[in-house]
Design a protein around this ligand. Structure first.
Ligand SMILES: NC(=O)c1ccc[n+]([C@@H]2O[C@H](COP(=O)([O-])OP(=O)(O)OC[C@H]3O[C@@H](n4cnc5c(N)ncnc54)[C@H](O)[C@@H]3O)[C@@H](O)[C@H]2O)c1
Ligand SMILES: O=P(O)(O)OC[C@H](O)CO
Length: 336
């Protein structure tokens, strides 16, 4: 039995912990509130994030990081991206030597423009072969309701990726593929949230499927351009962690990022949308760090530019649309 600690008892952390427990691992789920851990242990439900979903009785919850980490071979991290550095700094002294740290988060750190695996390596002081990423079209609510899903497990050490793949493989429900391209898999997850905000804004403005297809396809081009500049394999973006997640997130009413954008497109103020958003919409903060990364590497990301404009700089959705549609005409494959 493999011992796994999952940090973050929100929608995805709880769902992934459920998959791991049902796959036969010994799983401890850490949440920051003791009352939440107590409710999970007593009722086998996480009513705040996954109401009505029965969790495996073998899944234990705790708010004590040392207890969660004791003997863990895999340490899965699933807190909001902007809180990772602070949290991991507090947890690192209890991480067992040799444990593999697994990133489930889809954000880029504000201020440093670092990917989550970079933050993990830096804070925990572990080499790249001990850091893995899991990312793909994985809307937590669908998976928690036992709809089938596939994902990508990435690690530069393919034997580590294969071990993690085996640990979270749960036929016929959850199917992980491996990929050595950590940079591409991680960027796919972060950039698709920014594009989902744009698609949401257009939907909120009453635009139809041509507009969303245009944003998804040109969003993919932005994602790939940035990825290639950062050394990713361009093929990764045609896979589950690129196109797959982009399509799922941009089209789904379950997506927090798409919904956030939709509310802005309908004319709600930023403050109203923030107040209406109860869960983590990573693109709202990460659009700024994705843009910083693009500028640092001299990569053009026009959709990301206007998303930052609308979300943070008071640009109106109509103005954003005008700016995108008034750009100079180009061949489709210009700069990818
Ligand atoms: N929900 C999904 O469908 C899904 C799927 C794949 C990946 N992800 C990614 O997983 C990550 C987590 O998302 P989620 O959906 O679980 O979010 P969520 O909003 O459902 O849950 C976030 C969890 O983090 C906790 N939290 C909030 N602030 C914290 C802090 N300062 N310190 C410690 N814990 C804190 C919350 O209490 C909650 O338990 C995000 O990066 C998201 O992009 C989500
Ligand atoms: O709800 P979102 O927008 O955070 O998207 C959830 C997942 O990342 C989809 O794969």
């Amino acid at each position: 039995m493999t011992k796994v600690a999952v940090f973050g008892a929100g929608s995805w952390g709880t769902t992934f912990a459920m998959i791991l427990a049902e796959a036969g691992n010994e799983v401890t789920l850490w949440g920051r509130r003791p009352d939440q851990a107590e409710v999970i242990n007593r009722t086998h439900e996480n009513p705040e994030y996954l109401p009505g979903v029965r969790l495996p009785s073998s899944l234990r919850a705790t708010s004590d990081p040392e207890r969660a980490l004791h003997g863990a071979e895999f340490v899965v991290l699933c807190v909001p991206s902007q809180t990772l550095r602070h949290n991991l700094t507090a947890w690192r002294e209890h991480i067992p030597p040799g444990a593999v740290l697994v990133n489930l988060m889809k954000g880029i750190e504000l201020g440093t423009a670092k990917r989550m695996s970079e933050v993990i390596r830096e804070v925990a002081g572990v080499p790249e072969e001990r850091v893995a990423v899991v990312s793909g079209p994985n809307l937590a609510k669908e998976i928690a309701q036992r709809q089938p899903a596939a994902t990508v497990v990435a690690c530069t050490d393919e034997s580590v990726a294969e071990k993690l793949q085996a640990v979270c493989h749960l036929p016929p429900w959850f199917r992980p593929y491996t990929n050595p391209d950590v940079v591409g898999v991680e960027l796919g997850g972060a950039v698709k949230n920014v594009i989902a905000l744009a698609v949401g804004v257009s939907a909120g403005m009453g635009m139809g499927d041509n507009v969303s297809a245009m944003l998804i396809t040109r969003g993919l081009a932005e994602m790939q351009r940035l990825g290639v500049a950062l050394g990713a394999d361009p093929h990764t973006f045609a896979g589950l962690a690129g196109m797959g997640d982009l399509v799922a997130t941009c089209n789904s009413p379950l997506s927090r990022n798409r919904t956030f954008g939709e509310n802005l497109g309908r004319g709600m103020t930023l403050a109203e949308v923030v107040a209406a958003t109860k869960q983590t919409a990573e693109g709202v903060k990460s659009c700024e760090s994705v843009l910083a990364l693009a500028r640092k590497h001299d990569v053009e990301m026009p959709i990301t530019e206007v998303v930052v404009g609308v979300v943070h700089d008071g640009m109106s959705p109509a103005e954003a649309g005008m700016l995108l549609m008034s750009r100079s005409p180009k061949p489709e494959r210009y700069g990818v």
